[in-house]
Design a protein around this ligand. Structure first.
Ligand SMILES: *Cc1c(COP(=O)(O)O)cnc(C)c1O
Length: 362
């Protein structure tokens, strides 16, 4: 069977080259006589895999030595609790709520301290990013929290908020490694890898060392969520998601080979432009996000007629354009065009949309 173009928001498309290499190495990884899946996480061979993954990630993102890299588990949703448990030393944090994931993180933080909602775009169904240049940052805030790319609503912070000196904690799940970033602007950058980097089950955290300190803010923090213990043990306190980390490592090498994050950005901009340009010219389809805040990764759009949208999704699926249904809370359509989506996939989608439009004027 031919591979489809998979526009799923996550778990999502992975590079064919990576899947092929994983297949080639499945039964006998580099002469070890076994699959990476079967290998002890305490073996030299596995240690080399996780060390190399970290080194490649550090190179790609230019991560300073003052930051720790952690491969964790429990879903990004577990980190919604880990963040306040580790960081709320004053018991206060400021949240900018620009979508479902930021909202969930904000709600979770309320269990552990005083979480303030200092800005939101909920008034217009999260279709824009609020002005964050001069927010009422709490004097004793331990951190300021954002979800940098809003997977469901398709908005992206093009400019980081002015945190007035407080550490920035950013959930980058759906924009991780999609473009160059300046890590030094972040206290903690973290995300689940199943959107843009690898299979589900792995979270990557990049944490400024001084924020880890001598241990979590809350003494009751579970060992598995304790950033001090986890980083001291090099992500190997217990059995990590070994195979998932291996695949992430292959994806890091794939990005390096293509030319790194500036190249990734160039490719992502070219792909997104094709789709947004069409949406801007279409009489049938309409983008839902204000232009200046549009995500390069997740592109929601609507027809505004449920019957017609259902027809579109059904016919697109038959053409091998898969998972275009919008999030269950928003409706409409959404094309997630992550790093691994080939430009041919976006071109085929737009050609299909043009054809659909010509046959189905409302
Ligand atoms: C998908 C997603 C999450 C949730 O990830 P889980 O691993 O399913 O908990 C959190 N934040 C963002 C931005 C996401 O896209």
């Amino acid at each position: 069977m031919e591979r489809v173009y998979n526009f799923s928001a996550g778990p999502a498309v992975l590079p064919v080259e990576v899947l092929q290499q994983a297949a080639d190495e499945m039964l006998n990884y580099k002469g070890s006589g076994m699959s990476v899946m079967e290998m002890s996480h305490r073996s030299k061979t596995y240690q080399a895999i996780i060390d190399e993954a970290e080194a490649d990630l550090r190179e790609l993102l230019n991560i300073p030595s003052t930051y720790k890299v952690l491969f964790a588990q429990g879903g990004c949703s577990l980190q919604f609790a880990s963040v306040p448990m580790n960081l709320m030393r004053n018991g206060v944090a400021d949240y900018i709520v620009t979508g479902q994931w930021a909202k969930k993180a904000f709600q979770e933080a309320q269990k552990y301290g005083k979480a303030n909602k200092i800005a939101t775009s909920e008034d217009k169904t999260f279709s824009y990013i609020p002005d964050c240049s001069d927010l009422p940052i709490s004097e004793n805030a331990d951190y300021v929290y954002i979800c940098e790319n809003n997977t469901i609503y398709g908005t992206k912070f093009k400019k980081l908020p002015n945190t007035k000196g407080k550490p920035l904690v950013s959930d980058v799940s759906s924009c991780f490694l999609s473009e160059p970033v300046d890590i030094t602007k972040y206290g903690v950058m973290y995300g689940g890898v199943q959107k843009n980097v690898g299979p589900s089950g792995v979270q990557i955290l990049i944490i400024r060392e001084d924020l880890i300190g001598d241990g979590p803010a809350l003494a009751c923090t579970p060992t598995m969520m304790n950033w001090k213990i986890q980083t001291d043990n090099g992500s190997l306190y217990n059995t990590p998601p070994t195979y998932g980390i291996y695949i992430c490592g292959l994806v890091f090498k794939w990005i390096k080979k293509l030319g790194g994050l500036s190249k990734m950005k160039e490719m992502n901009e070219a792909k997104a432009k094709i789709l947004y340009d069409f949406l801007d010219s279409s009489k049938l389809f309409k983008g839902t996000v204000v232009k200046e805040d549009r995500s390069l990764m997740n592109v929601p759009f609507v027809i505004g007629n449920e019957e017609m949208e259902a027809k579109f999704i059904k016919e697109a699926t038959a053409e091998g354009l898969i998972s275009l249904k919008g999030h269950r809370t928003v409706g409409g359509m959404r094309a997630s065009i992550y790093n691994a989506m080939p430009i041919e996939g976006v071109k085929k989608l737009v050609a299909f949309m043009k054809d659909f439009e010509s046959k189905n004027s409302l």
